[in-house]
Design a protein around this ligand. Structure first.
Ligand code: ADP
Ligand code: MN
Length: 376
């Protein structure tokens, strides 16, 4: 729960418009959005297979004076007195986009009082390294006006969007405390790559952007551990590909949001802690005490690939239903991949799977597979 007056600007963004907010705990992201995005999140409960691949949706709130919708979201406790709007909403530069006249937003947040409350995918990481990959060669939905179609087709043509169905929309990587002062490195040790960065690549060079995200060229990270991280992303991507391949949907301008632990020591510790947890669960199971094991690890085959570590997916929603006495076991954050940005997403029964999206997901798989060769 949070008070709307406590919402703060969310600075762990890799791309997109200004105006994304967070709650004081940092567990939630509050994204001002159009009704279409709220509708899409609402509709996902009827498509359970997609849930593991999108941020957990906690409901919608209205950021204006009317708190009724926020109360209706249930998970949120709001004060009964009139709560001031978060000042950051007022401070958004370049508020724009009126109903019928489309104009490029240039990064300004759409003027809206409605927001979705989502799981913060970057929560739980010490230094999240964040990458936003915009999917699709076609970036506009059927309802887009002609001027917008022309602009976005040009954007696609000039970037890898057209050829590969993906482009790096933005990223943010931790360079270490000592890199403060290096080019483009913020005082917090992060380097930020804006939308122009991803636009500089061709189909032939775009994997360099992913190399940069995984800090392979720089040799910052121990390569073995990064290979494990990339392999997990590959598993996540293949699982996502399979779900999108079975659903009938159209998601224009959606993104893959990659997050992995950017603090080298924390990443190593996370793998070690995970190994310990799994070892202790295995012990409990072989002791005949299966209560901890059941319903906690939601993975048929936790050990995949050649790595000695196991990949475990924990699904809290399953735990709540199944395990009455199951203790909550908290696995350390290593990596997370989610599909985000559903302003132009809908279910389209009878129209077959979203090949526009799948093309980008498959090329991302190819690029990451190529990178695992560099880490060997
Ligand atoms: P926009 O319509 O402005 O592109 P997005 O949904 O793509 O909005 O969000 C913009 C940025 O905010 C993303 O690039 C990502 O870095 C961050 N973001 C969005 N949703 C989440 C989330 N649930 N958890 C963490 N970060 C998020
Ligand atoms: Mn986006």
């Amino acid at each position: 729960s949070f008070r709307k007056s406590q919402l703060i600007a969310f600075n762990n963004v890799a791309a997109g418009h200004d105006g994304v907010l967070s709650d004081p705990s940092g567990e939630l992201v509050i994204k001002p959005c159009r009704q279409s995005e709220i509708d899409f999140y609402d509709s996902t409960s009827a498509h359970p297979d997609i849930m593991a691949h999108i941020p957990t949706f906690f409901g919608r709130i209205t950021l204006g004076a009317d708190t009724n919708a926020a109360h209706a979201a249930g998970a949120l406790v709001l004060p009964s007195e009139t709560d001031p709007e978060p000042s950051v909403i007022h401070g958004v530069p370049g508020t724009m986009v009126v109903e019928n006249a489309w104009a490029p937003s240039n990064g300004g947040r759409i003027h809206t009082d409605s927001a979705v409350v989502l799981e913060n995918v970057a929560a739980g990481f010490k230094k999240p390294n964040i990458l936003d990959v915009k999917l699709g060669a076609r970036l506009w939905a059927d309802d887009a006006p002609m001027a917008k179609r022309v602009k976005l087709d040009k954007d696609a043509e000039e970037t890898t969007s057209k050829s590969l169905g993906l482009r790096i929309a933005g990223m943010k990587t931790y360079q270490g405390a000592l890199s403060n002062g290096e080019e483009n490195v913020m005082p917090d040790g992060y380097r930020f790559y804006d939308r122009m960065y991803g636009r500089s690549f061709s189909a032939e060079t775009v994997s360099q952007g992913f190399e940069e995200y995984f800090q392979l060229a720089k040799g910052v990270k121990a390569k073995g551990i990064i290979r494990k991280v990339i392999r997990r992303f590959l598993e996540d991507l293949r699982a996502m590909e399979s779900v999108i391949g079975k659903e009938e949907s159209r998601m224009y301008s959606a993104s893959l949001l990659f997050v992995y632990e950017g603090d080298q020591q924390a990443l190593q510790d996370a793998f070690a802690t995970e190994r310990d947890i799994i070892a202790s669960l295995d012990r409990n199971v072989s002791d005949g005490d299966s209560t901890n094991g059941n319903g906690v690890i939601n993975d048929d085959d936790p050990i995949k690939g050649n790595d000695t570590d196991a990949h475990v997916n924990v699904d809290d929603r399953d735990n709540e239903e199944e395990g009455e006495e199951a203790e909550e076991i908290k696995f350390p954050a290593i990596q997370s991949l989610k599909l985000i940005d559903f302003a132009h997403a809908e279910w389209t029964p009878g129209h077959g799977p979203d090949e526009n999206l799948l093309h980008g997901i498959r090329n991302t798989i190819k690029i990451l597979t190529g990178l695992t060769g560099l880490t060997g």
